[in-house]
Design a protein around this ligand. Structure first.
Ligand SMILES: NC(=O)c1ccc[n+]([C@@H]2O[C@H](COP(=O)([O-])OP(=O)(O)OC[C@H]3O[C@@H](n4cnc5c(N)ncnc54)[C@H](O)[C@@H]3O)[C@@H](O)[C@H]2O)c1
Length: 335
């Protein structure tokens, strides 16, 4: 089997490409290197260009007529950037995805896995969400994902296109074989802040300890990026069962651990993995903070026969292992 992975030079797309290779699926990468890294395409057929470039897509499919499915990871993903420049985000994540779908259809390519986000849910009272939960996107970034999903559902309803939208929770970790990992040095999520505090030997502030969660701190659903990648492999292998030709042509699955991890649980796991206690203090919630959410759904388990294999400790360990090699793998990259 051969698949096209757009955004395959990025964090998640390159990990999916590695998981495909390990499973005997040949990935072909298309990426404009806006945030992706050419190093992550080593040993994989690579087309440098844009998702919306019809002539380039025609060439990819002419040169690889045996591509059976497409995984679309190409997008801009930084929430504050999307607030500062929403037009750029709508153009990149919606406008270009519309063009891309027309190029797929023109080339007779009808199986699409779409990278979506769980950041589009309004959290339920118990902080758990599933695929039927209320959608209430809170940023221009997540609204572009909602819009792209709506477009894909409409097009899938009336053409041969079949789409599997995968809503990711919070990816952490790296390819366990360390072929790829996060390009940026300092992720802004909780784990990134813990690594920073440990490296600098500074106090870590647990902000918000009075949420009605199981231990009072915020909750997220951190999932190992290799588990996410494995779900894509399962989605590719089972595509025709999950999104059958005689069905509505559109399916949505949440990809998370099903339990979530609170800030305190993450801090404990981090201390356990590093063997070093952190200096900590408790502080008030910051403006704009939310309690968070995790997925309660077992739909992905049922439909894909997939469940996460890695623990939070594995995710922390692989993030730290990647941080140790990142500067040699990606020379000259700061930030
Ligand atoms: N990282 C997360 O926390 C997260 C969570 C949920 C969903 N997602 C989704 O997963 C996908 C991958 O995210 P990531 O974390 O790997 O980000 P990333 O920035 O590492 O990867 C995105 C890739 O897409 C490429 N790209 C962007 N616009 C393009 C275009 N117009 N044409 C061709 N290539 C283009 C970039 O160069 C980059 O390689 C995105 O669609 C994102 O919305 C990410």
């Amino acid at each position: 089997m051969k698949v096209l992975i757009t955004g395959g030079a990025g964090y998640i797309g390159s990990t999916i490409a590695s998981a495909c290779l390990d499973d005997g699926i040949q990935p072909v990468i298309l990426d404009n290197l806006a945030t992706g890294r050419v190093e992550f395409t080593a040993g994989r057929p690579f087309y440098h260009g844009d998702l919306s470039d019809g002539a380039l897509l025609d060439r990819v499919f002419a040169e690889h007529p045996d591509i059976e499915a497409t995984v679309n990871c190409a997008a801009l993903i930084v929430v504050p950037e999307s607030v500062a420049d929403p037009l750029r985000y709508w153009h990149a994540n919606v406008g270009k995805t519309i063009s891309f779908v027309s190029h797929l259809l023109r080339n007779g390519r009808t199986r699409l896995l779409f990278s979506s986000t769980a950041a589009l849910y309004a959290a339920d009272e118990d902080f758990a969400v599933d695929e039927r939960s209320l959608v209430e996107a809170s940023s221009p970034y997540s609204r572009t994902k909602v819009a792209a999903e709506a477009m894909l559902a409409d097009v899938s309803a009336s053409t041969d296109l079949r789409t599997l939208s995968l809503r990711y929770f919070n990816p952490i970790g790296a390819d366990p074989k360390l072929r790829t990992g996060l390009q940026i040095k300092r992720p802004t999520h909780l784990l990134g802040k813990l690594i920073e505090a440990a490296e600098a030997g500074v106090e870590f502030a647990v902000t918000g300890t009075d949420w009605p969660t199981r231990d009072g701190t915020g909750i997220r659903d951190y999932i190992h990026v290799w588990d996410l990648a494995a779900a894509h492999v399962a989605g590719l292998r089972r595509f025709d069962e999950v999104v059958p030709v005689d069905g509505p042509g559109y399916e949505v699955l949440n990809l998370g651990t099903g339990t979530g991890t609170t800030v305190r649980e993450m801090v404990d796991a981090f201390e356990h993995v590093t063997g070093q206690p952190l200096r900590k203090r408790e502080a008030a919630r910051r403006p704009g903070d939310v309690a968070g959410a995790y997925t309660r759904s077992d739909k992905a388990r049922r439909m894909l026969g997939w469940k996460p294999q890695f623990t939070i400790a594995d995710g922390i360990r692989d993030s730290l292992r990647w941080a140790n090699v990142r500067d040699t793998r990606l020379p000259g990259v700061s930030g």
